[in-house]
Design a protein around this ligand. Structure first.
Ligand SMILES: C[S@@+](CC[C@H](N)C(=O)[O-])C[C@H]1O[C@@H](n2cnc3c(N)ncnc32)[C@H](O)[C@@H]1O
Length: 247
């Protein structure tokens, strides 16, 4: 089949072309880097398109009361899990909106997800979508790496820098490239963008930024969230900032 002649599978066609180009010895390093990023997006897009076929109006039939976005492998009992990639109850790219009905959710939770979507377009859209799907009085809990915590340590005492590196990067293949404390700051702001195991960070957040983002989206109050390990991933407690925004 000539994909270019068909109505919609051009994304798959581009995916095949990228795979072929990545195998070409003449493909330069910079181009290959960009192609790998595009290939990641295409994989995510395949999952999203499959779910879109099932729910063409962008709303699922169910109306879950407790929802987790971007939970990855950290599923929470009693929550409906939406993520761009498996495992999840629904595979959906949340940059396209939250596929739930208006004012139906009581508790919407995410941690270490928001920094993985671009700012301002997708982060601000997510905040507005969260506000739309929550019922009056509903809660949005959001946790992210606390960029303020890291910046407040700069320039860090050696023992503090060592603690951060050991907690966050000890088992990563970037460990040898963290040579100064500013490298830690860089990884917190960007993460590893050219590694199949990790997704880049697109924006850094602190308490003030989260309050501003969710206030702008229409939430009535935005306050610190007391970390609850029965909901949140215990490994995220250290040096993260969590807020609870109430509709
Ligand atoms: C760093 S992981 C965090 C996983 C988990 N919340 C935790 O703290 O262990 C980020 C998660 O966000 C998901 N994610 C990133 N972009 C997304 C998007 N556009 N739509 C839905 N999920 C997304 C990823 O697939 C991944 O599962």
């Amino acid at each position: 089949m000539n994909h270019r002649d068909s109505a919609s599978p051009s994304v798959d066609y581009v995916g095949e072309q990228i795979t072929a180009l990545l195998e070409e010895p003449t493909t330069t390093y910079g181009l290959a880097r960009t192609l790998r990023a595009a290939a990641k997006e295409i994989e995510l897009n395949r999952y999203h398109r499959a779910s879109q076929k099932a729910w063409p109006n962008g709303r699922i039939d169910e109306a879950p009361k407790k929802v987790q976005i971007g939970g990855g492998a950290h599923r929470i009992d009693g929550f409906y899990n939406i993520d761009a990639v498996p495992p999840a109850d629904l595979l959906w790219d949340v940059r396209e909106g939250i596929p739930l009905h208006d004012a139906t959710v009581r508790f919407l939770f995410s941690e270490h997800f928001l920094e993985h979507i671009d700012y301002p377009r997708s982060a601000k859209y997510y905040a507005r979508e969260a506000h739309r799907v929550l019922a009056p009085g509903g809660k949005l809990v959001t946790g992210v790496p606390d960029a303020g915590y890291v910046l407040n340590q700069y320039p860090a005492a050696p023992e503090r820098a060592t603690e951060m590196i050991e907690r966050w990067y000890a088992n990563r293949n970037c460990r040898d490239d963290i040579n100064t404390f500013l490298d830690v700051v860089n990884y917190v702001f960007r993460d590893q963008d050219d590694d199949p195991a990790y997704n880049p960070h697109y924006w850094a957040y602190d308490h003030e930024k989260l309050v501003q983002l969710f206030t702008e989206a229409g939430f009535t109050t935005v306050e610190p969230w007391p970390f609850d390990p029965t909901v949140a991933n215990p490994k995220r407690q250290w040096a993260s900032v969590y807020v609870v925004a109430t509709k």
